[in-house]
Ligand binder design. Structure first.
Ligand SMILES: [Zn+2]
Length: 336
């Protein structure tokens, strides 16, 4: 993604659906994990790195291309191998690129019958142009999206593999990989019609999710680059502030306060906006927003040809993956 929005504009556009986000589940007395001895697996950043590499090896994952289709099939198999129940949700959305843009969201359910659920999401498509490139020729080429797309997906795949090795009791985990997030109209700014050309997969999912719900949701976007910082983003604070505070506290306890920084930022248009607005699931965004540099909205490689494996850092993948594992296993044990 995307664009920064003023708070007032967003308030005018998005109506806040009220959710009781403080409704903590009662710990299940049958749980085999007692609180003092709760063991949480280590996140394997080496493997997560390889999972970014694998996605990049397909080339840009632009909708309606063979690389996109090949990656889709690989992602489905990867999640099935990790023991998830996988469905490809297909739909059509109107886009500035195609009045009938096909959507292929990947929905992977772990512990599908558990009533207490957490939603984890990322986008798996990559941008069709590098519109932040200064070079006119390069700007027309699609990007590899190692970070923008690839990193969030890799962390979620590795979480699925980890849960298979160390099953998580009493918690359903739903990994939803959104399609057509990053095919929006350039320079959307504050034009609502242009804003709506972004995040088409999440818009479709959130309007067609049936009676699905989750206690909360976490979106990952650009979570793999060296030197990333994840401030508390405005839409996340507005809709899911209680979870932001708990997750950032967990990150601090793990020693990642240099990445999960305390500052708050303006509101960002990303998939979580539509999950919050249309699906009423309090959902926050872990997204690299450089702090202390007013000239940069996102990382310097954002929507350029530099979004390749050279920017990916295992330490960043490790921090994000470990924080998520801690949150999930604690939520399962009723201690989050
Ligand atoms: Zn993007």
């Amino acid at each position: 993604m995307k664009a920064k929005l003023s708070c007032s504009l967003l308030a005018a556009i998005f109506l806040w659906g009220c959710e009781d986000t403080n409704n903590k589940p009662t710990p299940n007395p049958n749980t085999s994990v007692s609180q003092p001895s709760l063991s949480i697996p280590a996140f394997d950043a080496e493997n997560a790195y390889k999972l970014v590499e694998k996605q990049v090896s397909f080339g840009p994952r632009v909708p309606k291309t063979p690389a996109h289709e090949a990656c889709l099939q690989w992602l489905k198999t990867e999640l099935e191998t990790a023991g998830a129940q996988v469905e490809i949700q297909q739909g059509i959305m109107e886009s500035h690129l195609d009045p009938r843009m096909p959507i292929k969201n990947i929905i992977a359910k772990i512990n599908p019958t558990a009533t207490k659920r957490v939603l984890l999401c990322a986008h798996w498509d990559t941008r069709y142009i590098a519109d932040q490139e200064k070079d006119a020729k390069l700007s027309k080429e699609p990007i590899l999206g190692a970070d923008d797309g690839g990193s969030g997906v890799a962390v979620l795949l590795e979480i699925a593999h980890t849960i298979k090795k160390m099953p998580i009791n009493n918690l359903g985990v739903d990994i939803v990989l959104f399609d057509v997030e990053d095919q929006g109209e350039p320079q959307g700014g504050l034009d609502f019609k242009k804003i709506q050309t972004w995040c088409l997969g999440s818009q479709y999912w959130a309007k067609n999710k049936g009676n699905y719900t989750a206690n909360f949701g976490i979106l990952l976007d650009m979570v793999g680059s060296a030197g990333a910082t994840f401030p508390k983003e405005g839409v996340s604070m507005r809709y899911a502030g209680v979870f932001v505070q708990k997750i950032w506290a967990e990150a601090t306890n793990l020693g990642y306060s240099d990445m999960f920084v305390q500052g708050e930022t303006k509101e960002i248009i990303d998939d979580h906006v539509f999950v919050n607005q249309f699906a009423n699931i309090p959902t926050l965004d872990i997204i690299n927003l450089p702090v202390g540099n007013p000239n940069l909205t996102f990382g310097p490689h954002w929507h350029t040809q530099n979004d390749n494996m050279k920017v990916i850092d295992k330490n960043t993948l490790k921090a994000v993956g470990q924080v998520l594992l801690n949150v999930l296993y604690k939520e399962a044990a009723g201690t989050f």
